[in-house]
Design a protein around this ligand. Structure first.
Ligand code: ADP
Ligand code: LRH
Length: 478
């Protein structure tokens, strides 16, 4: 058995977990968890990157001696470095308004269908390509000599070494999912200089050693290597889906719901583009074919507006509210920005002629029904578009702690849901480090280890499919 530190940065919290792994064992314990709170500055919405780095250092100190460190985090965002390697400003949050209306300008150089055929990435206003277009002409970008995605930036601060890890690079819209290399033509036509990016790294590659100052601050004994993992949190989470066969769908539930399939090759058809499915890159040549759904962000924002009531009590109240009274389109980018979430959900119900939820319990129920409905649509659409039928849906991430959401997802999909692990991204992170040390084998081997070692909960569908079809039709006629 060896010990690994898994740094996992979610949009709502960061955590440093200690994983112990061997050929027949896999254990995970939380060393440190810290909030990830975006800050609204006069320039816009920013990540508090220093607080996150401080949380990582505190976490490494709390871990005790480890054999290696891996870092994963949310996608698309980045820090810019000047010619001295110093960070230029606080990284911009993907929910910042600067990308509004920018995609259309990029499409004037690379039409959207060509962009999809070349990169396979769904339209989201915050794809790195659009963020870079929004930053065109700023003094900061003019001064920048290097762009590091968030997990790569933290790895740089820990080690002094720079790289661009592939799974997260695939969310920039500058990677070709067929070659798993840079999309040179797209970059040239969109005016992005690829020399901004550090060389690509694969999950499992060495990513440097903790700097002496980091060893001193964390109390670790060197040398401690950093190992590149699937540094996109969703790539690490999908690696830790405890699937036993290939006929499965997954839903990574946290701030977002990422719902889809693991494929051997991208689906780049026009139909797939119209359905807004993405082809992100996973471990070992796999493609994460999925759709972004607003996820528990909708609930997080309501809970914030309500002054942080107890989540358990709120979910019990929601369980007592009649099902499917009102639903909203949980895939709608109109819910992307922070603020006024209870009002925005009520307005969406009113606009579609449905009963308007009023109490926190009613709004919470509306959110959970809407998420389950969006899960149903994504799982069904993915199977059809990829011609890849499934028998089971695996739910991983923070949403596994929400039994009502898991049951509603099983009901809506008309398929059994297997829920767990909750900290899937951290487990995927640990497993890739363990593999780099030769302790586990391929993806199938990792998954067998997860099935043997992790507690999982099964939810059977309750057979009320017609009600979900009716709710789906309500949204479709809008
Ligand atoms: P991220 O990685 O995007 O920050 P997580 O995977 O940590 O997100 O999931 C966070 C979500 O998990 C919260 O928004 C909340 O809805 C849900 N959650 C956390 N704890 C509980 C709990 N005790 N009961 C029900 N849901 C929970
Ligand atoms: C989830 C996630 C998701 C991205 C979003 C920006 O944390 O990485 O996969 O689409 O953040």
């Amino acid at each position: 058995m060896k010990s690994y530190a898994a740094v996992d940065l979610g949009a709502s919290s960061g955590r440093v977990m200690v994983g112990r792994a061997g050929p027949d064992a896999l254990e995970l314990a939380e060393a440190h968890r810290f909030p990830n709170r975006p800050v609204r500055t006069p320039e816009g919405l920013r990540w508090d990157i220093l607080a996150l780095y401080a949380g990582v250092l505190d976490g490494l100190r709390a871990c005790g001696q480890v054999d290696s460190v891996g870092i994963d985090g949310w996608a698309v965002d980045y820090g810019l470095l000047d010619a001295d390697g110093a960070l230029l400003g606080n990284p911009v949050h993907y929910r910042d308004a600067r990308t509004e209306g920018v995609a259309e300008k990029v499409w004037a150089s690379v039409p959207a269908p060509e962009l999809y055929a070349a990169t396979g990435l769904q339209y989201a206003p915050f794809n790195t390509l659009y963020q870079l277009a929004a930053a065109q002409g700023t003094a900061q970008l003019a001064q920048a000599r290097r762009l590091l995605l968030i997990p790569d930036l933290l790895a740089y601060w820990l080690t002094g070494e720079q790289g661009t890890e592939l799974t997260n690079a695939s969310t920039t819209q500058l990677i070709d999912p067929r070659t798993r290399e840079w999309a040179y033509d797209v970059a040239a036509r969109a005016g992005v200089g690829l020399e901004l990016f550090a060389p690509l790294r694969q999950p499992g590659d060495p990513a440097g050693l903790l700097r002496p100052e980091v060893l001193e601050e964390t109390g670790l004994r060197g040398p401690v290597p950093v190992t590149a993992v699937g540094s996109h949190d969703t790539a690490s989470a999908v690696a830790a889906v405890p699937a036993a066969t290939g006929r499965f769908a997954y839903i990574c539930t946290g701030t977002w719901s990422l719902a889809g399939l693991e494929l051997d090759a991208p689906v780049l058809t026009e139909e797939s583009r119209a359905a807004n499915f993405t082809n992100e890159l996973g471990l070992d040549g796999t493609v994460r074919y999925l759709r972004n759904i607003m996820g528990l962000w909708l609930l997080q924002e309501c809970v914030r507006a309500w002054g942080d009531p107890d989540l358990g009590a709120l979910l019990r109240e929601a369980a007592g509210v009649p099902a499917l009274r009102s639903v909203v389109d949980a895939g709608d980018a109109a819910f992307l920005a922070p603020g006024r979430m209870p009002e925005r959900i009520a307005e969406a119900c009113r606009a579609s002629g449905q009963p308007v939820p009023g109490t926190p319990g009613e709004i919470t129920r509306c959110i959970l029904d809407s998420l389950a409905l969006a899960h149903r649509r994504a799982v069904a659409d993915a199977q059809r578009l990829a011609d890849h039928p499934v028998d089971v849906v695996y739910v991983v991430g923070g949403g596994t702690r929400n039994a009502l959401l898991c049951q509603l997802t099983a009901d809506a999909c008309g398929l059994p849901v297997v829920a767990g692990p909750t900290e899937a991204a951290a487990l995927g992170n640990v497993l890739v480090q363990a593999r780099a040390h030769g302790l586990v084998g391929d993806l199938a081997d990792m998954r067998r280890l997860l099935v043997r070692t992790q507690p999982l909960t099964r939810y059977e569908p309750r057979g009320d499919t017609a009600r979900w079809q009716e709710a789906e039709a309500r949204l479709a006629v809008r």
